[in-house]
Design a protein around this ligand. Structure first.
Ligand SMILES: CC(C)(COP(=O)(O)OP(=O)(O)OC[C@H]1O[C@@H](n2cnc3c(N)ncnc32)[C@H](O)[C@@H]1OP(=O)(O)O)[C@@H](O)C(=O)NCCC(=O)NCCSC(=O)CCS(=O)O
Length: 387
């Protein structure tokens, strides 16, 4: 059994780590995150220059190639400094590159993937609705009605990150109400985000401030047939690998946050003095960092295993939920301890612990609440459905 990354993956990780330290250091990330109303285009452009938007996109379509493992390495390394702003890269990679790459037809791949790889097309997600949250299917009231040459969509979506600057929204809508099960009769559309009938309103929130999470109101929006992804009515089955992929990506981001917390906590403990000693000699604080390092190791192993399962096309529904739950719970706990270790400076906007805490807190809620993810795990263990 080999627990090491391949030589190629190690070289990629080291390259990204160097890139992050020079091009996207923590102090810059702090500034970018703080500016609630300014989407960080400069960061997007740096990702473009580095070729990161092409990671996970097949070379035949202008991408850099790479599988889920490569994406996880990139996600983790970016989040070490950028925290939740790593989603600026991840969103288009997940909602765009991954989705079109997996269930787009040849014409859609040729049309969209090269532009994404070049950083010329931003994608956003429209799954969740205001009255449902995690209960994405139960709350799905956005409908698409068949018309000549396409569909007319009506409804409302919420928490659509970066929709205000997106070119396309990957949108889930009900196209058939007469179905046996509620996950039947739903369809995925790649909706142009700037078109008439779409109203996008950014919502202020606790973390990842500059990313702009939006309410999207959809009023009689026409979408032509060539922007339907996959087979109409069967979107849920297509989506499952991507939903699991998103949970794995969240695991990678949480691990990156833990890396950043541990690095900053150790630096501080080695230089800060109190009661005539460096605080790193205090046993209570040593226990804190020992716990953080233990969580880091456990999540790393789970992340690699789950990403590997998905890269092999194996079922990872339970593992991706387990990873997401454990990684987000521990990332928040780690950042909380990080604040404690830095004391007043941990609470200060001049250091990163508070930013890591605010960003990681989201991942206990989204893309699926940890409570619902645990319900799913229990169900897979053979227990009756609890909701
Ligand atoms: C919580 C839910 C799983 C509950 O779903 P339902 O009760 O409505 O449906 P189920 O009967 O449980 O499942 C239907 C069908 O799918 C299979 N399934 C479900 N989950 C998985 C999985 N993880 N991996 C593989 N297969 C799965 C299940 O076995 C059933 O299959 P059969 O028909 O029996 O064969 C669901 O509502 C859920 O997952 N909710 C979370 C949704 C989510 O992840 N949303 C993403 C939000 S991201 C967003 O909004 C944008 C954020 S951004 O930053 O812009």
């Amino acid at each position: 059994m080999d627990f090491e990354l391949s030589e190629e993956n190690r070289a990629f990780r080291d390259m990204v780590r160097r890139w992050v330290d020079t091009e996207a250091p923590k102090a810059w990330a702090r500034e970018l995150e703080r500016n609630e109303h300014d989407y960080p285009f400069a960061l997007w452009d740096k990702f473009t220059a580095a070729g990161f938007h092409g990671i996970g996109i097949d070379e035949a379509y202008g991408g850099q190639g790479g599988d889920v493992m490569t994406q996880m390495i990139l996600g983790r390394e970016l989040a070490r400094s950028l925290g939740g702003l790593a989603w600026i890269w991840g969103l288009t990679s997940f909602a765009g590159g991954k989705s079109i790459g997996v269930y787009g037809n040849e014409e859609q791949k040729k049309r969209f993937l090269p532009a994404m790889a070049r950083g010329e097309l931003r994608a956003s997600i429209g799954f969740t609705e205001p009255n449902g949250g995690t209960d994405v299917l139960g709350a799905l009231s956005t409908t698409a009605e068949r018309v000549d040459g396409g569909w007319v969509i009506n409804g409302e979506k919420i928490w659509c990150s970066s929709s205000h600057v997106a070119d396309y929204i990957l949108l889930l809508a009900r196209t058939d109400k007469n179905v046996e099960k509620r996950h039947h009769g739903v369809t995925l559309f790649f909706v142009p985000a700037k078109q008439k009938g779409l109203t996008v309103t950014p919502l202020p929130k606790l973390g990842m401030r500059s990313i702009g999470s939006c309410l999207v109101h959809i009023d009689n929006v026409f979408v032509p047939d060539d922007l339907v992804l996959g087979e109409p009515g069967r979107a849920w089955y297509m989506l499952l690998p991507t939903l699991n992929n998103e949970r794995i990506m969240v695991g990678a981001f949480c691990l990156g946050v833990i890396d950043g917390v541990l690095e900053d906590a150790l630096d501080y403990m080695k230089q800060r003095k109190a009661f005539g000693k460096t605080i790193g000699s205090f046993q209570a604080l040593q226990h804190y960092v020992a716990d953080i390092a233990t969580w880091q190791k456990a999540i790393e192993l789970m992340l690699h295993n789950t990403a590997w399962l998905q890269s092999q096309g194996k079922d990872c529904g339970m593992e991706s939920s387990m990873l997401k739950v454990m990684a987000s719970d521990y990332a928040v706990q780690a950042a909380d301890l990080g604040i404690q270790i830095l004391g007043g400076m941990g609470y200060s906007a001049e250091t990163d612990m508070q930013r890591y805490w605010r960003d990681a807190r989201l991942w206990k809620i989204g893309p699926i609440t940890n409570e619902m993810a645990r319900n799913g795990i229990a169900e897979r263990l053979g227990l009756p459905r609890s909701f």
